[in-house]
Design a protein around this ligand. Structure first.
Ligand SMILES: Cc1cc2nc3c(=O)[nH]c(=O)nc-3n(C[C@H](O)[C@H](O)[C@H](O)COP(=O)(O)OP(=O)(O)OC[C@H]3O[C@@H](n4cnc5c(N)ncnc54)[C@H](O)[C@@H]3O)c2cc1C
Length: 416
């Protein structure tokens, strides 16, 4: 496209999911504008490439805007409107229109049918090129200010090359993270920033009941932190460092700020026999005792708790390995109920969940028009993706919010 003094220039900072989606939406809606996409590193879409264990969990098969928004510890209220405008069905259709079909797994996660994140990376880079987006790698946005005395009230965007470009609209889509340059730039322009802290992490626990059991997964469990009012159900996985799995990751997301405040030291209570209540667990164990008096306690449990973990829970009650059900006293039964439905663990730190992690915190949503993603503090500036105080639980939600906010910003920047 030939640039004239009247050309409208849109600068997008951040070549991730949100930045690409916004740049494409903008360029497709406003072919006359010059849309430049600046990625600080040499590798645009790096997170998309590694996401979902290399398969890219593009979105979650939830097609109701209000229901979808419930999976966002930060942003649940504010995302309902945006999901009505560009929700899961729109994401599926967007990729399909560009030759990429998605499939849904049993737990609702959606992946490209190729099971390869390169399909998504190639689709986004191809769509950007086709729309005329100019991609600059190794090009970071360093500073942003309003051009003094400019009748068009454009921005001066200072790039890492030393070049300063005049832009009619600027999108900050530089992601989350403590050191995010985008957050510093937004703060310098007067935006309130909720302090960034990690979300989606695993719990560090040293405990003989789980030591050496890494890889063992309890399919139906729940985890709670009573003093913080947190409780989540789902599979719990024993790792080398402690506990992980969907229930733990969800707990880490909903409790991200409170757990940070506790310096990641707290008491965790696990029900390995979910949905059994202590009363139901007691009834089930009594039935074992009367039904199989000669069977060893360690050999089977009525809750579907994995055998090796059950053996440890039985051991923790002090019941000797060869003990039969007939020899179990009421006190021992009570102990077994407690270990099954309310195992107490001391968490003394967090470990990174390499599969997916995000940042809780970012630019305050009160300062953004959620229909356009334009800043209420600095007109002409837009924000999308994880730079905002939005984060979802694991399962494709975080990309969906990047597609949604990116698409809205792109379309809004295109409107003169
Ligand atoms: C290992 C891992 C796996 C994940 N898997 C999934 C998954 O399967 N499904 C899911 O929904 N979510 C997943 N997530 C979360 C998801 O990747 C993020 O929520 C999403 O990438 C956020 O998109 P974004 O565009 O806002 O930010 P990012 O993807 O972080 O992109 C921001 C980009 O901006 C660039 N940048 C930073 N500063 C500047 C600057 N000053 N100038 C120019 N560029 C700059 C960065 O280099 C980066 O490329 C995963 C996260 C991780 C870490």
């Amino acid at each position: 496209m030939k640039r004239t003094p009247d050309s409208r220039r849109i600068v997008v900072a951040g070549g991730g999911a949100a930045g690409f989606f916004a740049a494409i939406a903008c360029a497709e809606a406003d072919p006359g504008a010059e849309v430049t996409l600046h990625e600080a590193t040499a590798h645009p879409l790096a997170k998309v490439r590694v996401s979902g264990g290399g398969r890219c969990n593009v979105t979650h098969a939830c097609f109701d805007a209000a229901e979808m928004a419930k999976s966002f510890p930060r942003g649940s209220r504010e995302l309902i409107g945006p999901f009505h405008r560009f929700g899961t069905a729109d994401t599926v259709a967007w990729f399909k229109a560009r030759g990429v079909s998605l499939k849904t797994e049993k737990d609702g996660r959606m992946f490209p049918v190729t099971d390869d994140s390169a399909t998504i990376v190639d689709c986004l880079t191809g769509a950007a090129k086709a729309a005329g987006v100019q991609l600059f790698t190794g090009s970071a946005l360093r500073a942003l200010r309003k051009a003094a005395g400019d009748p068009r009230q454009r921005f001066e965007a200072v790039l890492s090359s030393g070049e300063t470009v005049l832009a009619d609209r600027v999108l900050i889509a530089t992601g989350g993270g403590r050191g995010s340059a985008g957050l510093a730039i937004a703060a310098a322009l007067g935006h309130a920033v909720e302090p960034p802290v990690p979300s989606l992490f695993t719990f560090h626990i040293l405990d003989p009941r789980i030591r050496g059991l890494e890889g063992v997964s309890a399919p139906s469990a729940s985890a709670s932190v009573r003093e913080m009012g947190l409780r989540e159900c789902g599979p719990i996985l024993v790792t080398h460092w402690g506990l992980s799995g969907p229930a733990i990751l969800r707990l880490s997301a909903w409790g991200a700020r409170a757990l940070h405040g506790a310096d990641y030291r707290f008491r965790l209570c696990v029900n390995w026999a979910e949905p059994a209540t202590p009363k139901a667990a007691r009834d089930a164990l009594e039935a074992e005792r009367s039904g199989h008096p000669r069977r060893k306690v360690v050999t089977a449990n009525p809750f579907g708790i994995p055998a090796r973990l059950w053996e440890r829970l039985v051991g923790a009650t002090g019941i000797a390995p060869g003990t039969t059900w007939a020899a179990i006293s009421n006190d021992a039964l009570r102990e077994l109920v407690a270990q099954s439905t309310a195992s107490e663990f001391t968490v003394n730190g967090k470990s990174m969940n390499k599969e997916e992690f995000v940042t809780c915190g970012g630019v305050s949503l009160a300062e953004v028009d959620m229909a356009t993603m334009e800043s209420r503090v600095c007109p002409g500036l837009y924000l999308a993706g994880e730079v905002l105080d939005i984060d979802g639980i694991t399962g494709g939600y975080n990309f969906q919010s990047a597609w949604t906010t990116g698409w809205q910003a792109g379309r809004a920047m295109a409107l003169v």
